[in-house]
Design a protein around this ligand. Structure first.
Ligand SMILES: C[S@@+](CC[C@H](N)C(=O)[O-])C[C@H]1O[C@@H](n2cnc3c(N)ncnc32)[C@H](O)[C@@H]1O
Length: 262
């Protein structure tokens, strides 16, 4: 009988942010392949002591594929750990393709993306009512080119909340494109470096200040940049927006709104 591969979201760093299911899969896996450049060794410490553990940073796509298919062919359970959530900026697609071709069963265990760990570090609501109801998750172009229509200038037109992954080393160009596309230079923005790790760093300012703040702090990787009016600290003040959902006059499936609004 062939084994099974679990693609496991390992969260942003802190092992406390693993899901219960991720911990269970880790405790059962015979073989563990982990993204050792972004995942804490504390996460891997939750594996069985006799599990075969491989760091993926030094492996090629073919070597990772051979490890997964070889172990599954022997009937073993494989945990393939991706940082954050496996569906964002990983190598999930090509790894699923290999398993489909080999007829090997797999399952995806979602994880806490670094995007949400960054929002938590900043204590912001990314979708502030009346301010932004849209979050654009994107990156500056690098070796991976941007598909047509996803140029940062085009995305900036929406002036929604925007999260930049994989862009800390190219912030000058990225910010120039965002401003050219429509964000005001004084739009609230922040850089969160290594969200949820012991050396987490949070830098707040305006969009135009982001490249300088990153440079001064020596941040070139493992950072999320968040941009948008939803980051404005004033929104938490007494004049800030409120949701309709908990408005006393708002009726919905679970509560009848009161006419007097009390
Ligand atoms: C290969 S992508 C993986 C993203 C991951 N799948 C996720 O959902 O967070 C790596 C990028 O994610 C971001 N990242 C990963 N971990 C981070 C953390 N703890 N704090 C801030 N950014 C992080 C950085 O932008 C980094 O360049």
């Amino acid at each position: 009988m062939t084994g099974k591969v679990y693609f496991v979201g390992a969260g942003p760093g802190d092992p406390d942010l693993l899901t219960v299911r991720a911990v269970r899969v880790l405790a059962e896996a015979d073989v563990v392949i982990w993204a050792d450049s972004l995942i804490s060794p504390e996460v891997v410490a939750l594996c069985r002591s006799d599990a075969q553990v491989h760091g993926s940073a030094s492996l090629t796509r073919e070597e990772i594929a051979a490890l997964m298919t070889g172990a599954a062919a022997e009937g073993k359970t494989v945990a393939r750990l991706h940082s954050g959530d496996p569906s964002l900026y990983g190598a999930l697609l090509e790894e699923m393709r290999v398993l489909d071709e080999a007829g090997i069963e797999y399952e995806i265990v979602p994880g806490v993306s670094s995007l949400f760990a960054a929002a938590a570090a900043l204590k912001v609501e990314l979708t502030a009512p009346g301010v932004s109801q849209t979050v654009i998750v994107t990156r500056a172009p690098g070796r991976t080119p941007m598909p047509e229509g996803e140029d940062l200038r085009a995305l900036a037109r929406h002036r929604s909340t925007l999260a930049l992954f994989l862009s800390a080393a190219r912030l000058r160009e990225a910010v120039a494109a965002l401003v050219e596309g429509g964000y005001a230079p004084d739009t609230p923005a922040a850089i969160v470096y290594r969200a949820s790790w012991p050396d987490e760093m949070v830098l707040r300012g305006t969009l135009s200040e982001m490249p300088r703040l990153a440079r001064e702090a020596g941040i070139t990787r493992q950072a999320i940049v968040l941009v948008g009016k939803a980051l404005d600290p004033a929104l938490k003040g007494p004049q800030g927006p409120t949701s309709s959902l908990y408005d006393p006059s708002f009726s919905h499936l679970f509560r009848r709104g009161r006419k007097d609004g009390r």
